[in-house]
Structure formats: structure tokens, C-alpha cells
Design a protein around this ligand. Structure first.
Ligand SMILES: *Cc1c(COP(=O)(O)O)cnc(C)c1O
Length: 388
């Protein structure tokens, strides 16, 4: 095996993407430098149009990052102290952080061990927990963790039955599909992030919100620009500065042009990993009605596996790995005072100790995947997979 073709292996390889479209991105940056409309320049509107077209949503509102995207939605929904919002505990902190910004209470729910996404039975328990604590349950923030859409039929039915709104935190899932619907068209709002390492990332911070409601879209445009009314010096509500830079929009337009192709490539990488590793660890499960965009490829190790030793053995061979997430939010210092659904969140706690994510990006070669899998198997004490 000629290692020189294989190494280095990056966890997320943005250099290879630059080799493909770097010139186009640089030209897009130059174009913005030339016209000089750095705030809400023409590329921002073009990007919003492109994003809408990509997912089929009626409105796309570009904004400063994926955290502010959720925060703007909660502001539009008039979230206030005394409100309870159900969300998974096995997620990035931003999902719950914005709930606390507005003085509301996150009620942490457990996840499904096969999909890593919010568990419906735990949501039911979470609703009861909120009621017992004298809180008004107002909504749900679901998460499309690792790129896989959550179980939206069940979540939407639950929200409808209980008079709750739904914000889909698709920071990791933009472009995934659930029963033929693309993320961006589901829920009261869908939010996403363009953080550089996300599947559709820019060269800094960025995010977007999707909605079908004309009224909500207008409200979000005002909220992202200091609560502006007819013009920027007409302030009709308390908002924030949460705009997307024109430069980032220009960069994203070029990346969006190849995004569908990159999603296909990510799916091929995931299939190859599962074919070679599915017998040594539990491969991520994609329900038949869904398509993941593979923000992460996350294996669940057998109980008792020494994960640190495995990661060290991989690192020794030049293979980066990561743990998303080592500690669920309900066990984090900043969040451990908030309620959890029912009697606790055993699945989150169990998986936090057992998951490991492998390098995932659209430019991993077959040779690199074979190399990663061979060394993963060896570190787990298994022979190399037999070539097909
Ligand atoms: C990355 C991420 C966010 C936050 O996005 P930023 O653009 O970094 O603010 C929110 N939720 C989830 C699930 C994420 O993975």
C-alpha cells in the first residue's frame, strides 16, 4: 500500500474542495471586493434564491450563523420565560443555548439509539415533565443529527396533537430527505449553519432559516436587521444584527452549485464504510424513507470497547477521529439545572460513551477508505475485510 497516495487523511478536507472550485470561489470573492456592497449585497439575495430552489422552501433568510438562526426563530415565535421547549440532549450546545437566551426552559429528551434523533416516547414524557414543573410547553426543536432527518411524521403529529410549533435544527442536515421532502420544507421553521466544517460550509460563520410563511419571513428579515421597519433607521421591534456577509454568500453560491454532487459522494463514502465496518461496530442506520447528507459518519462501538485506545491506534496510522458528543447537554455544567424528560436519558448517556466518528467528506478516495477500514478493523482485533 503506497501510503503517499493515502496520507494525509483529513477529518474534513476543504483543500480538496478548493482544488476543484477554488478558482471560482476566488473569482466570486473578487467580484464582491469590486462592487463593495459588503452588507446585504446582491449575492445574499442570489444565495437565498438558490437555497430555496435547492430545497423547495417558499422563503430562505440568510443570517449570521446557525445559532442565531434558531435564536431568530424563537424571537419570531415570541418565546418568553415560563415557556418550555423540548429538544434532544444529544446535540451541539447551540440547540439548547438559544432557549436559555430568551429565559425559557429546555426540557431535554432522549434519542432513538438507531438514528441518534429525538425519541417520540421521550417527548411525551418531556411534555409531562414540563406540565409537572408548571411550565407552558410551547414548542419542539428537533435536530437532524449527523445529517439524518429526524422522524418528522411522528414529530409533526405530536406537535399538532399538543399545539406546539416545530423548529427543525438542520445545521447538520440541509439537503437531506424524509419521505421525499427535503429539509428546509419541514416544520414551522428549518434552520441551518454554514460553519466551515458543515456539509455546506462557507469561509467563516453563516446560517439560514427556511419558512413557508410570508408573514414569518418578513418578521425574520426585520429581526436579523435590528428590528427594522420601512428602512434601517425605522426600528419597529427589538431585533439583532444577524445578517450574512455578502462575501460569504458569494462563496456559498459556488459551493451550492456542486452541493448535490457532494451529497452523492458523501453517500458513497458512507456506503463503503458500512460495507467494510458493519460487522465490527454498529453502523449508522438510515431508515428506508430517509436520505442522510452525512455530516458525520458515526459508529456505535460494542459495550466495553476502549474508545481512547482505538482513537490512539487510528491516530498512530494518521487517521483522525472525533467523538460527537462525549457528554450530552443535560450533563453539561451550563445545562444540568434544566429538566430532563421522565426518569432520565439512558440512551444519550450510553451512546455518549460509545460513539466514534470517522473522517467524512466528499473527496475521500477508495484507497483512503480501505486504509481507514483496514486499520479500524485491526485496532478492533478483526482481520481485514475480504475484498468484494
Ligand atoms: C453547528 C450546529 C449549530 C450551530 O451552528 P453555528 O453556525 O456554529 O452557530 C446548531 N445546531 C447544531 C446541531 C449544530 O451542529
Amino acid at each position: 500500500m503506497a501510503d503517499s497516495n493515502i496520507l494525509p487523511i483529513e477529518f474534513v478536507d476543504l483543500k480538496r474542495q478548493r482544488a476543484r472550485i477554488g478558482e471560482r470561489i476566488d473569482a466570486a470573492i473578487q467580484k464582491v471586493l469590486a462592487h463593495g456592497q459588503f452588507i446585504l449585497g446582491p449575492e445574499v439575495k442570489q444565495l437565498e434564491d438558490g437555497l430555496k430552489q435547492f430545497c423547495g422552501a417558499k422563503h430562505a433568510i440568510a443570517c449570521s450563523n446557525g445559532t442565531d438562526a434558531i435564536g431568530l426563530c424563537l424571537m419570531a415565535l415570541k418565546v418568553r420565560p415560563g415557556d418550555a421547549i423540548l429538544c434532544p440532549s444529544f446535540t451541539f450546545a447551540a440547540t439548547a443555548e438559544v432557549i436559555a437566551w430568551l429565559g425559557a426552559t429546555p426540557v431535554f429528551c432522549d434519542i432513538n439509539p438507531d438514528t441518534f434523533n429525538i425519541d417520540i416516547a421521550s417527548m411525551k414524557a418531556g411534555l409531562e415533565t414540563a406540565q409537572q414543573k408548571g411550565l407552558r410547553a410551547v414548542g419542539v426543536i428537533s435536530v437532524d443529527l449527523f445529517g439524518l432527518p429526524a422522524d418528522y411524521d411522528a414529530i409533526e403529529a405530536f406537535c399538532k396533537d399538543n399545539g406546539l410549533w416545530l423548529v427543525c435544527d438542520s445545521a447538520q442536515g440541509f439537503g437531506g430527505t424524509y419521505k421525499g421532502r427535503t429539509t428546509g420544507t419541514i416544520g414551522t421553521f428549518t434552520t441551518t449553519s454554514f460553519f466551515p466544517a458543515k456539509p455546506l460550509g462557507c469561509y467563516g460563520d453563516g446560517g439560514a432559516i427556511f419558512t413557508e410563511s410570508d408573514e414569518m419571513a418578513a418578521l425574520l428579515q426585520s429581526l436579523r436587521f435590528h428590528g427594522k421597519g420601512n428602512d434601517k433607521y425605522d426600528n419597529v421591534r427589538i431585533g439583532m444584527n444577524a445578517r450574512l456577509d455578502t462575501l460569504q454568500a458569494g462563496i456559498l453560491l459556488e459551493k451550492l452549485a456542486i452541493y448535490a454532487d457532494e451529497i452523492d459522494a458523501r453517500n458513497k463514502v458512507a456506503e463503503a464504510y458500512t460495507a467494510q465496518l458493519g460487522d465490527v461496530a454498529k453502523a449508522p442506520h438510515v431508515p428506508a424513507q430517509s436520505r442522510s447528507i452525512w455530516a458525520q459518519y458515526t459508529l456505535t462501538l460494542p459495550e466495553g470497547t476502549d474508545r481512547n485506545a482505538l482513537a490512539a491506534a487510528l491516530k498512530d496510522k494518521g487517521i483522525p477521529s472525533a467523538v460527537y458528543y462525549p457528554k450530552p447537554l443535560h450533563q453539561q455544567t451550563a445545562y444540568n439545572k434544566y429538566p430532563v424528560a421522565g426518569n432520565g436519558l439512558p440512551v444519550c448517556e450510553n451512546l455518549a460513551a460509545r460513539v466514534i466518528s470517522l473522517p467524512m467528506h466528499p473527496y475521500l478516495t477508495g484507497e483512503q477508505i480501505d486504509y481507514i477500514c483496514t486499520h479500524f478493523r485491526a485496532a478492533m482485533g478483526k482481520p481485514a475485510a475480504v475484498a468484494a
